[in-house]
Each structure stands twice: as structure tokens, then as C-alpha cells.
Design a binder for this molecule. Structure first.
Ligand SMILES: Cc1cc2nc3c(=O)[nH]c(=O)nc-3n(C[C@H](O)[C@H](O)[C@H](O)COP(=O)(O)O)c2cc1C
Length: 166
């Protein structure tokens, strides 16, 4: 099974978390810079771990936003996609980690199965497009307000995703 983690190397906190994820994953994970690849490159992998912070009051960061039209030209049936999102629940309580939902919708539409849903317990926010049926559609992280919880959350999530892709 080929696994890749995809995020922008320019995105500071998303990159920090990617390091935790790759460490927790162990070997056999390819690290891809979203700024350097095209949508077609993602066909080479069975499992994608997508990193996306939320920016601009509930939107994707620029680099994903630019890639979306390209991704929409592709189809990724059978792929498993796990999304980790970064946000700030205190500053943006009405759009906390919306990017998780935007990416989950996108990859679902492209035929992929989104894995790695997590509980909203332990977070305080009002609304999030990343939540469906009471769960985040991926892993929500808040480095600004809950930095100390990040490593543990990542560890647990990686173990969960590994189970779900078996
Ligand atoms: C201009 C700006 C807008 C933001 N908008 C949101 C938002 O709508 N929702 C949210 O949860 N976080 C929001 N954030 C918080 C970022 O997602 C958070 O700081 C994240 O850790 C940034 O990750 P990065 O350094 O990898 O880009 C915003 C931050 C900035 C600076």
C-alpha cells in the first residue's frame, strides 16, 4: 500500500504537524509538497494524508485553493483519504477547521473514502464545516490554543487511520 502525506512545505504549522505524523507513521510514507505536485501525481498512492489549515474565515489556504480546479479534473476511486486540519477555535469559533470539511467533500466527490473521523470532545467552538454527524471528518488541531495536546492527538489518530485502511 502506497501512502503519501501532502501539504505545503511553506505552511509553518501544517509542516510541524506533518513531522509528528510522519514520525508516528514510521517508514513507508512519502512526503509530497503540495506546491510542487500536480493533481495527477496523487494517482500513484492508495492512501493520502492531506494537511490543510483553515484560512480567510473558513476557506482553504491559497495553495489548496489553486489546486482544487486541477483535482476536480481527476477521479480517485478506491483511494482512502485522511485529513488533518489546523485552526484556531478561540479566534475563529464559527469556522473552526472548516478546511477539513472542504477537503472531505472534495475527495468524496472524486470517489475516495474519507477515513479518520474524530470526536469533537475537548474543543470549544460554535460551528465547523469540518463536522458531520457530530464528528470531525478528520483530525482537528489547534496549535495556538491547545499545542500541548497535539502530539497525543496525532499519535492516536495515526493508529486509528492505520486500522481503518487495513
Ligand atoms: C488570516 C487568518 C485567517 C484564519 N482563519 C481561520 C478560520 O477561519 N478558521 C480557523 O479555524 N482558523 C483560522 N486561522 C487560524 C489558522 O488556521 C492557524 O493559525 C493555523 O495553525 C495556521 O497554519 P499554517 O501556519 O500551517 O498555515 C486563521 C489564521 C489567519 C492568520
Amino acid at each position: 500500500m502506497k501512502v503519501a502525506i501532502v501539504y505545503s512545505f511553506e505552511a509553518k504549522k501544517t509542516s510541524q504537524v506533518a513531522k509528528h505524523i510522519t514520525e508516528a507513521w514510521g517508514k513507508d510514507i512519502t512526503v509530497l509538497d503540495a506546491d510542487k505536485i500536480s493533481g495527477k501525481d496523487l494517482h500513484d498512492y492508495d492512501v493520502l494524508i492531506i494537511g490543510a489549515a483553515t484560512w480567510f474565515d473558513g476557506e482553504l489556504p491559497g495553495y489548496w485553493d489553486e489546486m482544487v480546479p486541477e483535482l476536480e479534473q481527476e477521479n480517485f476511486p478506491g483511494k482512502k483519504v485522511a485529513i488533518y486540519g489546523l485552526g484556531n477555535q478561540k479566534e475563529y469559533p464559527e469556522n473552526f477547521c472548516d478546511a477539513i470539511g472542504i477537503m472531505a467533500d472534495l475527495f468524496s466527490t472524486l470517489g475516495s473514502t474519507v477515513v479518520g473521523a474524530t470526536s469533537t470532545e475537548g474543543y470549544t467552538f460554535e460551528a465547523s464545516a469540518g463536522v458531520k454527524d457530530g464528528q470531525f471528518l478528520g483530525l482537528a488541531l489547534d496549535i495556538e490554543n491547545q499545542a500541548s495536546l497535539t502530539k497525543d492527538r496525532v499519535k492516536k489518530w495515526v493508529a486509528q487511520v492505520k486500522q481503518e485502511i487495513k
